[in-house]
Ligand binder design. Structure first.
Ligand SMILES: *Cc1c(COP(=O)(O)O)cnc(C)c1O
Length: 480
């Protein structure tokens, strides 16, 4: 592709993106593709000769787009958001154009120094302690794995990286029953063994029970285990419960245990002064991750990982082959030493574009509005006779269940599942489910970049309509 063609198609694609953002609201939110359908439409072998880029664009529209679930639709209420935004997309185009590897300072000094500055900005925006230093990771899963490995190294006097784990003792990790699957995966990958992740019971609001944590740790110590790391969650994936950092942190301090906070979604809410109660006890925290790629309008991937002791992190991951020796070593940050991969994308650029284009106040007002919408929905649910709110709403996630009179809990599970699928099959909204106390519940997250009150109200009207239609005798739904 020569420069003229690049220019022509570049303009076309920017036009395509602008049109996409203008019309995504009207597209079926959840892809209606059957398994194998997209693959079947793709040739089994690559072209031997050159094809025109027009053909690529045509196939993108005709084959790929129907198989896309629209995470940027304001009626996307599923999972947690993976928000994008126009400034983020534009900056990502520049990142792709530069194609710079940002593994060490010398491979692009501006990338490293912008990343340092952006982490300082985020630290200030979220009110984290000024002693924390930050690095952008690809995902919260990677950051939590880095935390677990660093905790393991610290607990073994930085020996397990070199000698392996055979002399490490029986190391244990603790997280609540509600913690994300990445903690269990990380415990396995980091060599603790998944069975050495101890699941701590939760209180009635689904937050970790510090008394139960203390008891589990003490029992482990008596049994000869070595407590190594506690992962507290700031906004659990199921119901966005917030673990109490202060009592958990006091236990960690007393027993010299690493405290990592998984704030993948919830950490973004620390932009709001009124949500800083979640950070009470932050002085006990060793590391925290949150994802601007979820709730801060910065397209995937961009996870902000902060550590109290950057030297310990670097000592864990540093490795210095001859070909990476530089004259600036020790004078600058070489972020390859701050995590697992060597190669690193230039992710700070999109963060810079997002923070500058929106400004802190606008970011705050958007996040605040998302929380308001969730609380509004929770109130609507509570005021409806046959619906039950299944968990407190602190952030942007609402878990609820339809329970008409005269049906059993098991029947209600099936009914709620049918309602959820029927709603998603309309293509008008997309929500997912979780289980609360073993029961199937619908789960709606009001945090898409462009979500407004009208989208939430429309979804709620549809939910009520489908719920009553599907629970009536014939189960037929006749709604447009
Ligand atoms: C989404 C989520 C994760 C995983 O985030 P990735 O960036 O996709 O790895 C981890 N923890 C919690 C609490 C989450 O909600």
């Amino acid at each position: 592709m020569d420069s003229d063609e690049f220019r022509k198609y570049g303009h076309e694609i920017v036009e395509w993106i602008a049109r996409y953002y203008e019309t995504v609201e009207n597209m079926p939110v959840k892809a209606r593709t059957a398994p194998g359908e997209v693959k079947g439409a793709l040739p089994a072998i690559p072209p031997t000769g050159s094809e025109s880029f027009d053909l690529f664009l045509k196939d993108f529209d005709e084959i790929i787009m129907p198989g896309i679930t629209h995470w940027q639709s304001p009626s996307f209420f599923a999972y947690f958001p993976a928000n994008s935004s126009p400034p983020s997309v534009l900056a990502e185009m520049l990142t792709a154009a530069l194609g710079a590897q940002c593994m060490i300072w010398e491979t692009s000094p501006a990338a490293t120094e912008l990343e340092e500055r952006m982490m300082e900005w985020l630290r200030g925006m979220t009110g984290l302690p000024s002693s924390f230093e930050g690095v952008i990771q690809d995902s919260a899963s990677s950051a939590t794995l880095a935390a677990l490995i660093t905790a393991r190294e610290r607990a073994t006097q930085f020996m397990s990286n070199s000698r392996g784990l055979s002399e490490a003792g029986r190391l244990r990790v603790y997280a609540s029953t509600q913690a994300h699957s990445s903690v269990e995966k990380g415990a396995g990958v980091a060599g603790f063994g998944r069975e050495n992740l101890v699941r701590i019971p939760v209180n009635s609001d689904f937050s970790m029970d510090p008394g139960a944590l203390k008891q589990a740790i003490e029992e482990d110590i008596s049994a000869g285990y070595v407590p190594c790391c506690v992962v507290a969650t700031m906004g659990t994936t199921g119901v966005t419960a917030v673990d109490p950092l202060r009592p958990v942190g006091e236990i960690c301090r007393e027993k010299n245990i690493w405290l990592h906070v998984d704030g993948a979604l919830g950490g973004t809410a620390l932009l709001l002064p009124e949500m800083r109660w979640m950070a009470d006890g932050m002085e006990y925290v060793d590391s925290i991750v949150f994802n601007p790629h979820k709730w801060m309008f910065t397209n995937f991937d961009c996870s902000a990982y902060f550590v109290r002791d950057a030297a310990g992190l670097i000592r864990t991951f540093e490795i210095l082959p001859e070909y990476l020796r530089t004259r600036t070593r020790g004078l600058v940050n070489d972020y390859r030493d701050w995590g697992i991969p060597l190669g690193r994308r230039f992710r700070a650029l999109k963060l810079w574009a997002v923070i500058r284009t929106y400004g802190v106040e606008r970011l705050q007002s958007m996040i605040r509005e998302h929380i308001r919408l969730a609380k509004m929905l929770a109130q609507l649910i509570e005021s409806e006779r046959n619906f039950i709110l299944m968990a407190p709403v602190h952030l942007n996630t609402v878990c609820f269940r339809y329970l008409p009179e005269g049906i059993s809990a098991d029947e209600a599970d099936g009914l709620n599942e049918r309602i959820n699928h029927a709603l998603n099959d309309t293509g008008k909204i997309y929500l997912t489910h979780t289980r609360v106390d073993g029961r199937y519940v619908m789960r709606m997250v009001t945090a898409q970049t462009n979500v407004e009150e009208k989208h939430v109200l429309r979804a709620w009207a549809m939910i009520k309509e489908y719920a009553s239609a599907l629970s009536s005798k014939d189960g037929a739904v006749d709604v447009d």
